[in-house]
Design a protein. Structure first.
Lengths: 673, 544
């Protein structure tokens, strides 16, 4: 038995598979100690921990530690003269006209930052080595009161030469053997000291929390007989053995959204789809990501609570458009939807928990694309009249019917989602028409066809079990480990051996690291060179395939870079303009054992046929009602509402829906003759 | 033609997004650290009549000038004469521009032969010739500050990419590779914006897009007017002072008279000092941008799209020949200094109308740190723009060590600097822990940067202010710390002036310190929790 458990903000989802069967469970999350919810899920699914050979887990423990500022007490050691690195940040403002602007609050306050008298040059030459005795004295003094739970070390130019960081870390370990120490050069070896220090501080900050959580959970599982392999999801969409994750918690910061993306990618891979855009719409926000050739693109930097994090993370764009997004009129008379949200409490007005402002969910009920009797498969009661009531004032203001205003509210939410997809596609030189849209989450399938249409995407694939896709993503994920290195090398024939050696060195390091954790890998590598024209400061990521690496000549590499640059910036310089490699990122993957088909029992109540009245895109329509179980291989024509148990799929007029051989619901835009 | 609310929302969002995308791509493909790390650049989309409809939120003072520089171009090259493949250029402070380094570049966009709009970018270029690399603090007129490109129209095919205009630029600047690279980044960003604009017109039809653009201008105007209407009518006045003109010792006043009348505001600068002989004059376009930026920040929601519609409700006038509306050929390189006093004077006047909405004066000074290195092969020029502490607000401490209001430059990472400029090393970059003005809310702190000079042939050039007059507190708050700059050489401390050029030698230690913001409310009313937190972190308010 292999089990994936994903702890989300509201629900904890479980997917369990053995050779032929699949089962799922959904229980409420227990935010105070998420492992309780996870245990509950195991019980709810009727599983015996002793029978679990492999458990893959994803949680928001690390994320919440940062958002709620409940991480460890960290002491940060920095180069002399840079004590205020975390407070100075980049000297700019996120909001230029905000007179009351505040910078994001660092996780290590100034009183816990200590300067060390050492210095490295930009080329990695030591200018001043740390004095062993003086550092030892200082460390002893600083750690004397035993207040600290973790230490972090970030020195200038440590990406070029980590020796001083290692020396000081060694001294700390000697004096305080139980204190976890994180060096910037171990977290990310890239230049720009603020971003690296922020990442290092965050890594040290979440690490003891994550270690405590993982160890507690592992002990509880062991106490119930679990003796299988235990691994944890990372932000890059791959997993890591739990004992390694307890030492590298920063890589789990964005594991939740990443698991969903991996679930989507792997779920539709069986049917042959390799180029897709995922759309995960929940209560307060929507996440989108673009996947080319079956591999999600990784961003080298992201932010949490405004603080930069430089670890590879699946490139996900989030917009504040979800079911709870509130519709309102601004002081210029414009109708807006979001980014304000009614959240889970009070939630939409139709939940009757005190919500008194119209939300996207209310608008769906009013215009008829959500039906009260099919809400969460009929398990949750909603009040359509309350929804109509809160939409009333907006309708009056614009002198239209409540159905019409509700229709506009939904469409404005879709506009925001379309924008998010453009940010991951057109703005990065990708044409959305070359992709299929894969929606999941509670509200994704309801909007997917219209969002696709706005982007001229002709196909929408709703995978089976779209409601627990993140949990299945855990089981479907590879073991992955990345190594990065900043190393500036001009792309010349003379340097090619060096470039190739650096890639191969990182490959070996990554493979050895996983091997040390008992994970054997083959030769499945992701290699990305961050490159730029000499004189530029921002790099363009250039992926290297196996054949690319084989024949790698200076000319080839310049061409690959030129193509990537043209795709993003719509120009490339003439050949002969000097190009350099700045950093190397290499990941190694070990795939999971094959999964049985994810089909399982088809969700959705059979026999809900009939039709319903709805208003959509300004038109009143009679839409057919179907249960997902009723969907066959023959194309059914929209307008249709398909109930799949955890979500409603909307098939607009001009679209068809059918079930493919992998139990996906496939929506296609009919070509107009 | 009336556009449906949904189409309006789609087109509005797309145009704002297109301007943002232009800005991001400009930064990412540029060459000079002043653009790529410090982000001293802006981007905008203009409609078919040359009105700014959307802008990337980058540098407020540059954005306000896009309209004025383009209008000046149109006087010589009317819209109907523009052809596909043309570009227009202008950096003339006396034709709507800012200072010479800010080159405004415009690309008219055509679809099926019809002009559908114009994309615009502005970049602060590292060096455009003149009497000294990067910055000539001693310039006596605008000609000594560098080369002027008057409002003109060229053809990309004929005049750029090795053509005569490119060769003209190349021949007149000290770091031609960086400058040409940065102008190419402007062309590329303009092209990206052009593609987005064409895509929108293809999808919605030109007429719908044109109508939606008209509505964007009206919409911003409506929202600004609504905000002004909420402020009490009346005539208010404010003033602010510069230390000096950089040559003499006389303080230089900026005075603003502000009239709120229903839903419009008029600002006049009568009583402001006459223009000065040094580079501290604010071209009129800078003055207008600064006054409008201040009014917008104080009165309105930050989410009002800033476009030409926003300017309709505000009129700005100033006597010709004064500090904030100088006659040519007065030098203007340090124009942000008087522009910031424009902000302070207008804010000071607004304090009379809406005391609950203003903040205390901040350091509000652009301090330029320019270190150039002349070597056998040519020049290498480092230039960075420093802010300081923000003034405290009614409910918040002032932001520490951040660029001031009219600008939004990032710092250049030490690790990038030391790799690009091997002629110095940064020994210290830290907050000035006792520089924020005391008060119920503390003023933001300034910071210091210490450079160790490592080679011969190095020169420091700077301009700044608040060496004599600190940012004052508001409603009982204390003043922020003043700025200072000095060089340590052989055990001796050589104080530098706020505006000067100074040759450096290997081993010199150069310290640049920026000041803090004023406090808000009496210090005795400070929340003890906040006071304790400051104490633990080693922060104290400025002893005054």
């Amino acid at each position: 038995m292999r089990v994936g458990i994903e702890v989300g903000g509201t629900f904890t989802d479980l997917v369990a598979v053995d050779r032929e069967s699949l089962r799922t469970a959904k229980v409420p999350s227990t935010p105070a100690s998420p492992d309780l919810g996870a245990m509950n899920a195991i019980e709810a699914a009727g599983l015996d921990p002793a029978g679990i050979e492999e458990l893959v887990h994803g949680s928001t423990v690390a994320t919440n530690a940062v958002l709620e500022r409940k991480g460890a007490a960290v002491c940060l050691f920095v180069t002399k003269g840079t004590r205020d690195l975390l407070l100075l940040q980049r000297h700019d403002k996120e909001a230029i006209y905000d007179l009351r602007y505040r910078k994001p609050e660092p996780v290590v306050p100034r009183r816990h930052v200590v300067e060390i008298d050492e210095r490295m040059a930009a080329d990695g030459a030591a200018i001043k080595a740390p004095d062993h005795a003086a550092v030892a004295d200082l460390v002893r003094r600083v750690l004397a009161d035993g207040h600290y739970e973790a230490a972090a070390v970030c020195f200038l130019h440590a990406y070029a030469n980590p020796d001083h960081e290692r020396t000081v870390a060694g001294i700390i370990r000697e004096l305080a053997p139980s204190l976890p120490v994180t060096c910037s050069s171990d977290v990310t070896r890239e230049f720009r000291e603020y971003e690296r220090a922020s990442t290092t501080a965050l890594a040290a900050y979440v690490q003891p929390v994550m270690a405590g959580y993982v160890n507690r959970f592992a002990a509880a599982l062991a106490g119930r007989g679990f003796a299988g392999r235990f691994s944890i999801m990372q932000s890059n969409g791959g997993r890591m053995p739990a004992e390694a994750m307890a030492r590298n918690a920063i890589s789990a910061l964005f594991s939740g959204p990443a698991a969903g993306v991996v679930g989507a990618v792997r779920s539709v891979a069986g049917a042959g789809y390799r180029n897709l855009i995922t759309l995960d719409m929940g209560g307060t926000s929507t996440d989108v990501a673009l996947i080319a050739d079956g591999r999600p693109e990784l961003a080298s930097m992201t932010r949490i609570d405004g603080l930069p994090v430089k670890t590879p993370v699946i490139d996900i764009v989030t917009v504040g458009a979800g079911g709870g997004s509130i519709a309102w009129v601004d002081d210029g008379g414009l109708l807006r939807t979001g980014p304000g949200s009614a959240g889970a409490m009070p939630g939409p007005a139709c939940y009757r928990r005190g919500g008194d402002r119209p939300t996207v969910t209310d608008a769906h009920l009013v215009r008829g694309t959500l039906r009260p009797d099919a809400f969460l498969g009929g398990r949750m009661e909603v009040d359509r009249e309350a929804a109509r009531r809160v939409c009333g004032p907006l309708a009056e203001r614009f002198a239209v019917t409540v159905e019409e205003i509700a229709d506009n509210v939904v469409r404005l939410a879709e506009v925001s989602i379309v924008r998010a997809i453009q940010r991951v596609s057109t703005e990065r030189g990708r044409d959305p028409r070359d992709y299929v849209l894969v929606p999941f989450g509670g509200a994704g399938p309801l909007h997917a066809a219209r969002v696709a249409e706005d982007l001229a995407i002709g196909t929408v694939i709703v995978p089976p079990n779209a409601g627990v896709l993140s949990a299945s993503g855990l089981l479907l994920s590879d073991h992955v480990h990345y190594r990065t290195r900043t190393r500036r090398l001009a792309v010349t024939q003379a340097n090619m051996a060096d470039i190739r050696n650096t890639v191969e060195l990182l490959q070996a390091e990554a493979r050895d690291y996983l091997a040390g954790l008992g994970v054997e890998t083959g030769a499945d590598f992701d290699r990305v060179l961050d490159m730029r024209y000499l004189g530029q400061a921002f790099e363009v990521s250039v992926p290297l395939s196996d054949p690319d690496l084989e024949r790698l000549g200076a000319e080839d590499l310049v061409s690959l870079f030129g193509e990537a640059h043209r795709r993003i910036f719509e120009f490339a310089k003439p050949h002969g303009d000097p190009v350099e490699v700045v950093s190397f990122r290499v990941g190694v993957r070990a795939p999971p054992p094959p999964m049985p088909a994810m089909a399982g029992p088809q969700a959705g109540r059979a026999g809900g046929r009939g039709s319903t009245r709805l208003t959509e895109r300004g038109e009143a329509l009679d839409a057919g009602l179907l249960s997902r179980a009723d969907l066959g291989p023959a194309a059914a024509r929209g307008p249709l509402l398909i109930d799949d148990g955890s979500a409603t799929i909307y098939v607009p007029p001009g679209w068809t829906a059918a079930r493919d051989g992998h139990d996906n619901a496939v929506l296609r835009k009919e070509t107009t003759p | 033609m009336k556009v449906s609310p949904v189409d309006q929302a789609v087109i509005t969002q797309a145009l704002i997004a297109a301007a943002d995308e232009m800005g991001i791509k400009l930064v990412r493909s540029a060459h000079s650290p002043v653009v790529r790390e410090a982000q001293d650049c802006s981007a905008a989309i203009l409609d078919r009549k040359g009105r700014v409809v959307s802008q990337a939120d980058l540098i407020p003072i540059q954005l306000g000038s896009v309209t004025h520089t383009f209008r000046a171009c149109l006087e010589h090259h009317p819209l109907e004469t523009l052809r596909e493949g043309d570009f227009l250029v202008n950096n003339d402070p006396y034709s709507g521009g800012q200072h010479l380094p800010d080159i405004f570049l415009f690309s008219p966009i055509f679809l099926d032969g019809v002009l559908i709009g114009v994309t615009a970018t502005v970049v602060h270029h590292i060096d455009l010739g003149g009497g000294a690399p990067g910055l000539n603090p001693d310039a006596g007129d605008v000609h000594e500050e560098g080369i002027t490109f008057p409002p003109s129209c060229y053809s990309v095919e004929r005049d750029w990419n090795g053509g005569p205009f490119e060769r003209l630029v190349r021949a007149n600047v000290r770091m031609p590779e960086a400058t040409i690279g940065d102008i190419n980044a402007q062309f590329a960003a303009n092209a990206v914006g052009g593609e987005r604009l064409k895509g929108l017109c293809r999808k919605f039809g030109m007429d719908t897009v044109f109508s939606a653009m008209d509505e964007m201008l009206d919409y911003s105007e409506r929202r600004i007017r609504a905000a002004i209407r909420a402020a009490p009518d009346g005539v208010y006045s404010g003033e602010a002072w510069l230390d000096d003109d950089g040559a003499g010792d006389e303080p230089v006043p900026v005075r603003a008279g502000l009239t709120i009348d229903g839903d419009s505001i008029a600002v006049d600068f009568a009583g402001t000092a006459p223009q000065v002989a040094t580079n501290m004059n604010s071209p009129f376009a800078s003055t207008v941008s600064s006054a409008i930026a201040c009014i917008k920040a104080v009165l309105t929601d930050p989410d009002i799209p800033f476009n030409e519609g926003a300017e309709r409700a505000i009129t700005v006038t100033a006597p010709y020949g004064c500090l904030v509306n100088p006659r040519p050929p007065a030098p203007v390189r340090a124009r942000l200094l008087p522009s910031y006093r424009v902000v302070n004077a207008v804010m000071n006047a607004l304090a009379g109308a809406v005391p609950e909405k203003v903040i205390a004066p901040g350091f509000d000074t652009t301090t330029v740190s320019c270190i150039s290195h002349k070597h056998v092969g040519g020049y290498n020029i480092y230039l960075e723009i420093f802010g300081g502490g923000y003034g405290a607000g009614p409910g918040n401490d002032g932001c520490d060590a951040v660029d001031s209001m009219l600008s939004n430059c990032s710092n250049i990472p030490i690790e990038a600097m030391e790799s690009d400029y091997p002629f110095f090393r940064v020994e210290d970059y830290s907050l000035r822990a006792a520089s924020g003005g005391g008060g119920r809310q503390r003023g933001g702190m300034g910071f210091q940067r210490i450079y160790r000079i490592l080679d011969d042939g190095v020169t420091f050039a700077t301009y700044g202010d608040r060496f004599r007059f600190a940012a004052q507190g508001l409603f009982g708050g204390g003043p922020g710390a003043k700025a200072e700059t000095f060089v340590e050489r052989g055990g001796q401390r050589i104080p530098l002036k706020s505006k000067q050029q100074f040759p450096l030698s290997p081993g010199d230690r150069l310290t640049v310190r920026t000041g803090g913001g004023g406090g808000y409310g009496p210090a005795g009313e400070r929340n003890p929790g906040l006071a304790e937190r400051d104490r633990l972190d080693g922060f104290r308010s400025n002893p005054g």
